[in-house]
Ligand binder design. Structure first.
Ligand SMILES: Cc1cc2nc3c(=O)[nH]c(=O)nc-3n(C[C@H](O)[C@H](O)[C@H](O)COP(=O)(O)O)c2cc1C
Length: 205
């Protein structure tokens, strides 16, 4: 069982990373593997060319492709972002637009959670923004004892956010529990759900 923890902050070793490390430490205790994946400082946005629908992959060969290669064999995901103006960062938004548009098949049916880091405000808005991707991709969203947020300007600040860090540990415990439940179900022959073909109706037709 492996969880990919995506750091969507431009700071490789900042507050978002510290939150993900707390999840990682708890996952180790739960016997679940994980890897922190940093998206870097700039990610090309989706250009809406729809080529991925024909070829199965994005026209841009960058961190998105690297991530989707890992995602194929991963069992679960956590997407983390710093809060910029009450929203997720531009980079993680570009990253997730392209991940979910070109690679939804690698994400479907796998547990997922969001984590946000802010100095003071806007965490709920950014958290809700990230959760939008999962809710239309058949992914079980893992919760914690509170909305998954930490507060700080530096990782040292986050160190003092005892409740934020506890929220991360609880998230990891809940994630591990769900993953073990899914594995136990699979061993008993419980298959992935079969769904109807998507009926896409635009408002105008
Ligand atoms: C452009 C920019 C916008 C920001 N906007 C907010 C904000 O709306 N609310 C907030 O509390 N912090 C805001 N911050 C602070 C960061 O979200 C906060 O320090 C975060 O924990 C940094 O995480 P990181 O170290 O992983 O990058 C902003 C920082 C930058 C650079």
């Amino acid at each position: 069982m492996k969880v990919i923890l995506v750091n969507g902050s431009p700071h490789k070793n900042g507050c978002t990373n510290r939150a993900l490390e707390e999840i990682q430490m708890q996952l180790v205790k739960e016997g679940v593997d994980s890897e922190i994946f940093w998206i870097g400082t700039s990610v090309q946005g989706c250009i809406g060319c729809f080529r991925c629908g024909q070829t199965g992959k994005c026209v841009f060969d960058d961190k998105v492709g690297e991530f989707l290669n890992l995602a194929k064999s991963a069992d679960a995901f956590v997407f983390g972002s710093a809060v910029y103006y009450g929203s997720a960062t531009g980079s993680i938004t570009s990253f997730m637009d392209r991940v979910f548009f070109s690679g939804t098949g690698y994400m479907e049916d796998k547990p997922v959670a969001s984590v946000v880091s802010c100095r003071r405000g806007g965490a709920s808005e950014a958290f809700a923004q990230l959760n939008m991707y999962y809710m239309m991709n058949n992914m079980p969203v893992v919760s914690s004892q509170y909305w998954n947020q930490v507060h700080g300007f530096t990782p040292e600040d986050v160190e003092q956010d005892a409740e934020g860090l506890q929220t991360m540990r609880t998230l990891a415990i809940n994630m591990a529990w769900l993953l073990k439940g899914i594995e136990a179900g699979r061993e008993k022959g419980l298959a992935r759900p079969k769904r109807e073909t998507w009926v896409a109706t635009n408002f105008i037709r």
